[in-house]
Design a protein around this ligand. Structure first.
Ligand SMILES: Cc1cc2nc3c(=O)[nH]c(=O)nc-3n(C[C@H](O)[C@H](O)[C@H](O)COP(=O)(O)OP(=O)(O)OC[C@H]3O[C@@H](n4cnc5c(N)ncnc54)[C@H](O)[C@@H]3O)c2cc1C
Length: 332
């Protein structure tokens, strides 16, 4: 029996949560297509985490635990994955559309001479048993339904769009410890990490995002202050990133991060389709905009028609006063 292979992304011994989401989807597809669910984990010190992949839906886990895989060297990882795929011949190969997955997947697909559908938001099975990959196209204005004819069918899937299965420690599966004699990385050597991602926007529960309604870079401090008062992180529309006011890690939207926080506060953001593509699934959206006809208001749960320079300092003061009062009340 052949299967659906899921790449379990790991940095150090920690498996990225997207891997469990992919396993949940793979399980659903496998039932419909009569396939097994396989997973592959690469890294150093990763073996102990392999059972988690079974608890979340894998039937078989291929583990490459090797000190030479400690660094995320994309060429070395690509070579190991290509060899495995050639050997076990999965029907479908899924990877997360994380920065790392987006770097790895096209290299693997090119080496296997197969297609790759990037950034999928859903996978379905057609009536005649074909895998249909669904992804936004034309900056999110349409959803393309894509069928790949080459094998394996390869796709990257966006983070937080699939549902993981509840962890089931009673699930049984097979762990296959693999080894590679020579880890070929074509002369690439990791000299060290230059910078870490400073924020994890995709997992944030509260995002305070700024757009071109801000007049200058220094005014982002206002949003930082609001974010710190309500326990959130700062996001931004693309023009602010392009101006170099804030790093790309903070960009929300079609070509940035997709966020699904409990609360999204859009400050001086018009609500372009490309921005909405990254935040429209937020639980509660508050928009602060001086222009009552700004499209963002059509998607907001609460709209504040106001100059953000007037409204946000007042909001911060109000929230601080309230927090102060509740501390006083508790102390009495
Ligand atoms: C291929 C492609 C990909 C893209 N990807 C992204 C993406 O990932 N993310 C993204 O954000 N954009 C993206 N864009 C850009 C997108 O099309 C818009 O240009 C961008 O989202 C607009 O950003 P904005 O809302 O900050 O600016 P604007 O559209 O200029 O809106 C500024 C808003 O601020 C309001 N405002 C002005 N002054 C104040 C004030 N004092 N107080 C309150 N409100 C005020 C205005 O009324 C206006 O509504 C992409 C574009 C393309 C072509």
């Amino acid at each position: 029996m052949t299967g659906i292979l899921v790449y379990a992304e790991a940095s150090g011994p920690e498996i990225h949560p997207i891997s469990f989401e992919l396993l949940g989807k793979a399980r659903e597809l496998a039932e419909k297509l009569g396939l097994e669910v396989w997973s592959v984990a690469l890294g150093y010190g990763i073996s102990d985490r392999a059972p988690e992949l079974i608890y979340h839906g894998a039937d078989k886990v291929y583990v490459y635990d090797d000190e030479r895989l400690r660094d995320l060297n994309v060429v070395a990882y690509k070579n190991v994955l290509v060899e495995l795929v050639k050997e076990i011949k999965p029907e479908i190969f899924l990877l997360g559309a994380t920065p790392w997955g987006r770097s790895l997947a096209p290299r693997v697909a090119a080496a296997l001479d197969t297609g790759l559908t990037a950034d999928c938001i859903d996978l379905q099975v057609s009536e005649d048993g074909k895998l249909i990959q669904i992804r936004p196209a034309f900056t999110g204005n349409i959803l393309a339904h894509i069928e790949t004819v080459s094998k394996p069918v390869m796709a990257t899937i966006r983070y937080r769009v699939m549902r993981k299965l509840p962890r089931d420690p009673s699930r049984k599966g097979e762990i296959i410890v693999c080894s590679v004699e020579k880890i070929d990385c074509d002369g690439i050597r990791c000299l060290g990490k230059v910078s870490e991602r400073r924020i994890n926007l995709a997992d944030a529960e509260i995002v305070v995002a700024g757009g071109r309604g801000l007049k200058k870079k220094e005014d982002l401090r206002l949003l930082e202050e609001l974010a710190s008062v309500i326990g959130g992180v700062v996001g931004a529309s693309r023009p602010l990133v392009e101006e170099g006011w804030i790093s790309k890690d903070h960009q929300v939207g079609f070509s940035g991060n997709v966020v699904k926080p409990k609360l999204y506060v859009a400050c001086g953001i018009s609500g372009s389709p490309q921005h909405l593509a990254g935040m429209r699934d937020s639980n509660i959206i508050i928009a602060i905009n001086i222009d009552p006809s700004a499209p963002i208001f059509r998607h907001a749960d609460y709209g504040v028609v106001s100059d953000l320079y007037d409204f946000i300092p007042k909001l911060i003061n109000y929230l601080k006063e309230r927090a102060g009062k509740s501390v006083e009340t508790k102390m009495m």
